[in-house]
Design a protein around this ligand. Structure first.
Ligand SMILES: Cc1cc2nc3c(=O)[nH]c(=O)nc-3n(C[C@H](O)[C@H](O)[C@H](O)COP(=O)(O)OP(=O)(O)OC[C@H]3O[C@@H](n4cnc5c(N)ncnc54)[C@H](O)[C@@H]3O)c2cc1C
Length: 310
């Protein structure tokens, strides 16, 4: 089917939308404002003399409970760009060697443009006009799937009242991530530390591509109360929590990333596609607070757009 569809966001929801459309013979274009693919499945590179290490400061792992996502994971495991992480039931997975590699491999045959921010989406007769921050001209499309976190999608889709109703019903927790390395790697480290429901301000701390690159995440309570505070204050708070675990080691590099919309606290309810125009929404906010749910929502949005364009 020769239809022109744009997908906004190169996170897992955008990628799954595009893959599903491709399976129906529709080649879409994905655009994303970020420097690299993945959205909240994020990887940051640090270079030492001749080699690179990678922090995973967004999603730490993903599960595969649904048949659709299990299929994707099994392909990745067989092709060695996904590996099992830890020893959990149900199983958890990571990209090999980075979280970004998972998405780079998954999207190999898709058309993606980074560093393009969509600033306007407008209906006009049966077409949808989209404006980005680069060409700043109205470009017409037969269909649009927008996968921004719900509050950002709410601002962008202000011409589509029924989608606004859906987008207005959800909530997110924030999360503050501190990336750090050691002067010397302490002996006897695990690959992760889970602080779920434990006293303190951390929820999770895990190594990235090796045992010298770590990310600590603050828990929901601390994050929601403090995400807007001064970055030095936040760094100090997290550093003093980390020191309890690595009290003999010196922390060398550190960098803070604040995620305002990190994990879905309450899902959005309502239509996922506009009743009149071929504009659909996708993202974790429709299905649940994790990578797999975002993937499923992307599939659903692609099905809705395909049905509308048939
Ligand atoms: C700190 C943290 C830890 C997490 N841990 C886990 C975990 O361990 N396991 C798990 O399963 N899930 C975890 N999650 C949740 C998981 O990362 C998300 O549910 C999932 O990645 C969401 O994918 P998405 O495609 O819906 O959205 P996103 O990944 O947010 O993608 C949206 C994309 O839209 C782009 N965008 C925004 N505005 C525009 C615009 N105007 N124009 C163009 N592009 C735009 C953004 O750059 C972004 O790339 C975590 C999330 C965070 C933040």
């Amino acid at each position: 089917m020769s239809k022109k569809v744009i997908i906004i966001g190169s996170g897992i929801a955008g990628i799954s939308s595009s893959l599903k459309l491709k399976s129906y013979g529709i080649n879409s274009i994905i655009v994303d404002k970020g420097n690299s693919i993945g959205g909240r499945i994020s990887t940051r590179e640090v270079k030492y003399a001749s080699s690179s290490s990678f922090f995973f400061h967004g999603a730490q792992f993903f599960t595969a409970k649904t048949p659709e996502f299990k299929k994707i994971i099994n392909i990745g495991v067989n092709k060695k760009y996904i590996k099992e992480f830890g020893s959990f039931n149900p199983k958890r997975y990571r990209g090999e060697k980075t979280m970004r590699d998972f998405l780079l491999n998954l999207s190999k045959e898709l058309h993606i443009q980074q560093k393009v921010k969509i600033i306007e989406i407008k209906p006009d007769n049966n077409k949808i006009y989209v404006v980005d921050n680069k060409i700043k001209k109205r470009v017409s499309y037969d269909g649009v799937i927008s996968t921004l976190p719900a509050p950002q999608n709410y601002e962008l889709l202000n011409q589509f009242p029924s989608l606004l109703k859906t987008l207005n019903t959800g909530l997110y927790h924030a999360c503050i991530a501190l990336m750090f390395t050691f002067d010397e790697i302490p002996l006897g480290l695990n690959t992760y530390y889970d602080f779920y429901k434990k006293p303190g301000i951390l929820s999770w701390m895990a190594s990235g591509s090796n045992l010298n690159v770590w990310t600590a995440h603050t828990n929901e309570e601390f994050s929601d109360l403090n995400y807007h505070k001064d970055k030095n204050f936040l760094k100090e708070k997290i550093m003093s929590s980390i020191k309890q675990f690595f009290f003999n080691s010196k922390i060398k590099f550190h960098s803070l990333h604040v995620w305002r919309y990190a994990k879905v606290a309450k899902k959005c309810l309502g239509p996922q596609i506009d009743p009149k125009y071929p504009v659909a929404i996708a993202g974790d906010f429709l299905e649940g607070p994790n990578v797999e749910s975002a993937f499923i929502s992307g599939n659903k949005a692609a099905n809705l757009i395909f049905d509308r364009l048939k």
